[in-house]
Design a protein around this ligand. Structure first.
Ligand code: ARG
Length: 462
């Protein structure tokens, strides 16, 4: 490719190898930032006018030109030139075509190094706003379901073994809370994303006494980067966002895994709606939870984006190196993946059917899930818990040897294990009683679950 077509072609005599041009070119993906790039340039022109590099009339012409470039992108008529390397060179090239040599004043004291990372930050700030909305929507749906289905009881699991009865809502909220923490973590990143690198130029700073505080205000940044060398080489915010996304997706993957298990015929606790399931090309009966499997699977992809880019960053020498261009594809892919994932998860949870009866059946089929309650019963009769744990365990073993349920043991059976057992032991075998006994904050008592719903509702606002 002819070096004359490059914005930086002055010192070159040889042309770029075509494969190298394609290898180096980022326009095919960084054109997503066209709006941020033009926003940055418009503010930059205003700052240039304030220090006299361009006069008012020139400023207006340049801003008009930049707005035309923007509308070309928006209408999908922007013509990519073979020499365009990235969104920055493409926009500047087009501006000069539109307004002539005056366009050549735009890049005064600016480098693509401060420009690109300004664009990335502006772009990401917009995306974060959007992701915040979709994550909030997902949590809201979970909270509303929890509120409606608070009467449903189910087996709670540890090690995927039936452990203790819980409210279905308590389970659902156990996944809403980590996502709510992710929502807070997302917002807490904003001050670190909203730092303006523009006016740091290539690495040493701006040579035209540009008012960077004016620029930051004009672009809506919360603060101004203090060290130009750090500012242009800093991709911490990209890594932090991708680490955040990895954790949020990890939470989604655990929720997905639970729901996949619960939707199996073996459990039959929930039924996914047709809208979020797919069939098999050979087995006519199949209805597969592909939505949830993809949420689980895409977690690996998001984690890979994060760790892959960390590998690119590791050991880079100071300031800008072209390796940094590798920040975009993983970031864009991560943003796309988490945005879609929250929306899909919201749809799955809003539309699935919860089979409260089957959950109750599962509880009834295994009253040994109340063995802790049986031990607690004896504690209330004055026996130390370590002993009651043992006695209750022997009751479970006895029922197992008889191939019967724990609640089928007779009072004589119980009395043979401890003389503290009484007629009222039958009261232990009541799932509602069991959940209502967990009445400290955080427990599965109805009021404590309502309290959780309140906490989340008031945090999310209306
Ligand atoms: N496309 C480049 C990137 O994404 C822009 C910065 C280029 N800077 C440079 N010194 N070559 O990183």
């Amino acid at each position: 490719l002819a070096h004359k077509q490059k914005l930086w072609g002055g010192r070159f005599t040889g042309d770029t190898d075509p494969l190298m041009h394609a290898f180096n070119q980022s326009l095919k993906y960084d054109q997503r930032m066209y709006k941020a790039d033009i926003r940055g340039s418009i503010s930059y022109v205003r700052a240039l006018q304030r220090v006299g590099i361009v006069n008012e009339d020139e400023m207006h012409k340049m801003i008009e030109g930049l707005k035309t470039v923007l509308s070309e992108w928006e209408q999908g008529v922007f013509q990519v030139h073979p020499g365009d390397e990235d969104i920055h060179t493409a926009n500047e090239r087009r501006l000069s075509e539109l307004i002539g040599p005056l366009g050549g004043k735009l890049h005064t004291g600016r480098s693509r190094n401060d420009q690109v990372v300004t664009d990335m930050r502006l772009w990401l700030l917009d995306q974060v706003e959007d992701i915040e909305k979709s994550l909030t929507g997902l949590i809201r749906v979970m909270v509303e379901r929890a509120s409606k289905e608070i009467q449903f009881l189910m087996p709670g699991y540890t090690h995927l073994q039936r452990a203790q009865p819980v409210r279905w809502s308590h389970f659902l909220l156990s996944h809403a809370f980590p996502l709510h923490a992710d929502l807070q973590r997302l917002k807490q990143q904003i001050p670190r994303i909203s730092v303006m690198p523009l006016g740091c130029a290539a690495l040493a700073g701006n040579g035209f006494n540009l008012d960077r505080e004016f620029l930051a205000k004009d672009l809506g940044f919360q603060s101004v980067a203090e060290n130009s060398m750090y500012a242009i080489s800093d991709r911490d915010f990209v890594v932090e966002f991708m680490m955040w996304a990895s954790l949020a997706m990890t939470h989604l993957s655990r929720l997905s895994e639970d729901l996949i298990i619960y939707s199996s015929t073996e459990f039959n606790f929930i039924k996914l709606s047709d809208a979020y399931s797919t069939g098999s090309s050979i087995m006519p009966q199949k209805k597969n939870p592909d939505s949830l499997e993809l949420l689980r699977g895409k977690t690996g992809r998001v984690f890979g984006n994060m760790s892959g880019f960390m590998m690119s960053l590791k050991g880079l020498p100071s300031t800008y190196n072209k390796d940094l261009q590798e920040d975009k594809e993983p970031l864009f892919d991560t943003v796309d993946t988490v945005s879609a994932s929250f929306r899909i998860a919201e749809g799955v949870i809003a539309t699935m059917e919860v089979q409260g009866d089957n959950m109750l059946q599962a509880l009834k089929a295994s009253s040994e899930i109340l063995a802790t309650d049986l031990a607690d019963y004896l504690v209330r009769k004055g026996i130390p818990f370590r002993e009651t744990h043992h006695i209750s365990g022997r009751a479970v073993a006895l029922a197992e040897s008889r191939k019967c349920n724990l609640h089928d043991l007779t009072l004589e059976d119980f009395k043979s294990l401890s003389d503290k057992f009484d007629e009222d032991v039958k009261g232990v075998f009541d799932f509602e009683h069991s959940v209502q006994s967990r009445c400290s904050i955080g427990g599965t008592h109805i009021e404590m679950v309502e309290r959780q719903i309140e906490v989340l509702r008031s945090s999310l606002g209306n």
